[in-house]
Design a binder for this molecule. Structure first.
Ligand code: AQP
Length: 334
């Protein structure tokens, strides 16, 4: 039975990259009638230090962003990871299945740990095994993610296969990464070769879901671009990462293909295209930020939604964890 699982770290304010690469598609999957489980992965967030008050606020704000983007808590399961202990428990078992050599190949660890990997937390290194647990503890079959998470979903498949092989079972299904659409990798507004990221020190590099209309327009106006006009054909964007990024963002926001966007704007300069993109971005994002602000006015309501979601998630995860322990030979006497 198809089942979707995905998560987002509440490690900062969410960006346009998170919206187009993840949230918007999460709502679409739910609307296709597939069972959908979405998680604010607070245990992942703490792999780098988080201020406790900020983490609490960011978790509620991310929940508000999910709901404002169309994830309906009545139709999707929405919760924060630390309220369902099966994630952390299965992660331990999978830590014992995953191999050091596999973890050493993870590019996100290398990117995030930087030059001084000795100072990174053990949790940051083990992050992909926790992510495998997040997915496998629901026997999820589909994982909608942005391009950057593809390697981790592939590792999850390897861990599932090794578990099945080691214990001679056919227990964990291999999940498929779903990397679809024109915004699987939204790039920084300052540097078309870097991913737009909530943890980039430059606020001008990203559009936050909480930015007001003036801020969005200003960031797009100031986005780094080359002086040339937009080409008429996609091939013309090949060596122009900044231009390609803005065209892809337009396409994703407008539900068009990049070719259709160039059909409209090919031959025009950024003086025309940027204001059109700013208007489109404001039109699509301001209802989301307004709804987020409304939801954030009552954190108790958000907490109640997360608690109910956690109960539903726990009801699926607990039996799968129990079966995992049985398979591994743990004595279960209560
Ligand atoms: N720039 C992006 N374009 C498309 N998709 C993106 N995602 C993130 N950035 C982009 C997708 O959003 C989901 C949640 O990501 P995450 O919060 O778990 O962590 P991340 O991928 O590490 O995202 P950030 O914003 O870069 O966070 P920090 O700065 O904390 O590391 C995933 O599906 C991701 O692919």
């Amino acid at each position: 039975k198809p089942r979707v699982f995905s998560g987002i770290q509440p490690s900062g304010g969410l960006t346009l990259g998170n919206y187009l690469g993840a949230l918007k598609r999460f709502a679409q999957k739910q609307d296709e009638g597939i069972e959908t489980i979405y998680c604010l992965v607070d245990l992942h967030a703490i792999t780098v230090w988080q201020d406790p008050e900020a983490l609490r606020r960011q978790t509620r704000e991310a929940a508000a962003a999910f709901i404002a983007s169309g994830v309906d808590p009545a139709r999707s399961i929405l919760f924060n990871q630390s309220q369902v202990s099966a994630h952390a428990e299965l992660a331990w078992a999978l830590n014992c299945v995953a191999r050091l050599g596999w973890m050493n190949r993870m590019t996100q660890f290398k990117d995030k740990a930087g030059k001084n990997a000795e100072k990174a937390s053990l949790g940051l290194y083990a992050y992909p095994a926790l992510m495998a647990a997040d997915i496998l503890v629901y026997h999820a079959t589909m994982v909608p993610v942005g391009e950057d998470q593809k390697q981790h979903v592939e590792l999850t498949r390897d861990i599932a296969a090794k578990f099945n092989h080691d214990f001679k079972v056919d227990f964990f299904p291999a999940p498929e990464p779903l990397i679809e659409g024109t915004a699987t990798r939204v790039m920084s507004l300052r540097d078309g070769t870097k991913k737009m990221s909530k943890s980039d020190p430059s606020d001008a590099s990203r559009i936050n879901l909480t930015d007001d209309a003036d801020t969005i327009a200003k960031k797009i106006r100031k986005a780094t671009t080359d002086p040339a006009e937009l080409p008429a054909e996609i091939e013309g964007l090949k060596d122009r990462p900044e231009a390609r990024n803005l065209v892809n963002i337009y396409a994703a926001l407008a539900d068009m293909t990049p070719a259709q966007v160039l059909g409209e704007y090919g031959g025009k300069g950024f003086g025309t295209f940027k204001p059109a993109l700013a208007d489109l971005a404001v039109a699509k994002l301001s209802p989301i930020s307004t709804e987020m602000a409304r939801l954030m006015a009552d954190p108790a309501e958000i907490d109640a939604i997360l608690g109910q979601g956690a109960d539903k998630a726990d009801a699926i995860a607990r039996p799968i964890l129990a079966q995992t322990y049985d398979i591994m030979g743990m004595v279960r006497s209560r």
